[in-house]
Design a protein around this ligand. Structure first.
Ligand SMILES: NC(=O)c1ccno1
Length: 245
């Protein structure tokens, strides 16, 4: 197997979609070995308690460290080399971007900790960091009920980069964010539809002009929707555009 993934959650059924379609196929083909675990497995009281009130006061509840510590003990074989990466989705995390998806697609073992309530006792991450890399990651500046949906997103972004998972690997090359720009608009048959025609150039068969048209469209789109991306665009990407055209 190329990659092992463990997900720990108090709502394991939330991760059921990972059994479907491409990710299901990646699991079936043996590229991905995925296991979802119920955090309450590692509780021992009759109520299977996973949370408690926050020190310092404040609203809501915090996830207790003990169950998480035991879960990670169980999921990380002693001396596992290289150690797994612990990924904790959180609004306080570093931004999740395509570059991170590529980095994590190269990992041998990922463990996702799905936090609920106000979050996980910080000592869980501090202790984990003594034996594996830990990343708190955010999908964006908004707050979800917990990390489960973020794990579905991250798993989709990472799994599709694994070899053999995508049918046509070519689609990886041209996708948005692959070359620092947004993807150009796409069209298919019919050539005319409800008074809207496909741009003539795409039907010209002139592949050089088509490539230039797509890059121009990508640049315009990026400038309009994501000027922040243009600001960090490597100059080489701009140079590729045949300004003389
Ligand atoms: N913004 C996020 O990634 C997130 C994760 C859990 N809640 O919010």
């Amino acid at each position: 197997t190329r990659m092992r993934v463990d997900v720990v959650s108090i709502f394991p059924e939330y991760l059921a979609p990972l059994d479907l379609s491409l990710i299901g196929r990646a699991r079936a083909s043996g590229v991905l070995d995925l296991a979802v675990h119920d955090l309450r497995t590692w509780t021992h009281d009759v109520h299977r308690t996973v949370d408690d009130t926050p020190y310092g006061g404040g609203p809501g509840m915090v996830m207790r460290p003990e169950p998480w510590g035991e879960a990670l003990d169980a999921l990380v074989p002693v001396g596992e080399e290289p150690p797994p990466r612990l990924v904790v989705p959180s609004p306080a995390g570093v931004p999740f971007r395509q570059a991170l998806a590529h980095e994590w697609a190269a990992e041998r073992h990922l463990i996702f900790a799905c936090g609920r309530y106000e979050g996980i006792d910080q000592r869980v991450l501090e202790h984990a960091a003594t034996r594996m890399p830990v990343t708190e990651v955010s999908l964006g500046d908004y707050v979800l009920f917990g990390g489960e949906v973020a794990v579905l997103v991250i798993m989709e972004a990472v799994t599709r980069l694994l070899p053999g998972v995508l049918g046509n690997a070519d689609s990886l090359a041209e996708e948005s964010h692959a070359h620092g720009l947004l993807e150009a608009p796409v069209y298919t048959k019919p050539p005319g539809w409800r008074g809207h025609d496909v741009p003539e150039i795409l039907r010209s068969g002139d592949h050089g002009r088509i490539a230039r048209w797509r890059r121009d469209e990508a640049l315009v789109r990026t400038a309009r929707r994501r000027p922040d991306m243009l600001a960090v665009l490597p100059a080489t990407e701009l140079d590729k555009r045949d300004i003389a055209a």
